[in-house]
Design a protein around this ligand. Sequence first.
Ligand code: ATR
Length: 268
Amino acid sequence: MDRYVVFGNPVEHSLSPRIHAQFARQTGQTMDYQRALLPIDGFANGADAFFSDGGKGANVTVPFKADAYGWVSQRSALAAAAGAVNTIVWDGRLSVGHNTDGLGLIRDLSVNMGINLTAARVLLIGAGGAARGVLRPLLDSGIASLCIANRTAARAEELCTEVGPDDLQRVKAVSMASPGEGFDVVINATSAGLAGQGALVPPACVGGSVCYDMFYGGQTPFCRWAVEAQAARVVDGLGMLVEQAAEAFHLWRGVRPDTLAVLGDLRK
Ligand code: ATR
């Protein structure tokens, strides 16, 4: 049977095996998908062992996305833009690294939530790996402007310089204290919620906006804060998780699963 894994540390919390098992059932694919816990300094050894033993593909989660980027023999354009790999496809000879996180975010926003991103004004909070991973697909979705706010301002400024000359006009670094107002979409790409912190920017920034937390878990600290700040709609990143998995499944198996059925099941 074709074998797939998700590499991570920790990884026991990962919903990916459950998601891919449902995708496989839906589409009639015969495949096995397991969690693989690797030591923090053991990505290369773990990946070498899995693929030399006949593994067909892998997802990569925290903290190995940059290690995976260095390990693969080829990278897709989105992986190169993100500097990170979350999906590896083994073609029998070569490993190709992809990054499906940003496509997952765009699909959840535009298809599942029905938000018209064309000409949208977007505020992205955070400038770490999660923010970098979604930058290119966000710009490619046709948004009008992207403001990036980060606790460490220099990281936001640096991220803005990475977009390339064609997009420089649409992107700017803004301060967390006063990032502006009237955003159509506000996205949390920080890990502040892991420490229970939801309030990152003044509430006036999100009044009337769609607020999206790239983390999931129902009422995350950011989601709770956004509801209080009177955002028009508030959602966590569970849909992004399912959609990035569907992009990976499509790369591996060549078929598109029904993500809404899986998302509905997980939300229960
Ligand atoms: P990731 O790969 O998850 O993006 P990262 O590169 O460590 O991880 O980045 C974490 C992001 O969360 C950064 O934008 C970080 O801000 P700094 O660049 O200033 O460190 C942000 N972050 C983490 N904890 C935060 C907090 N308590 N308040 C605000 N931002 C926070």
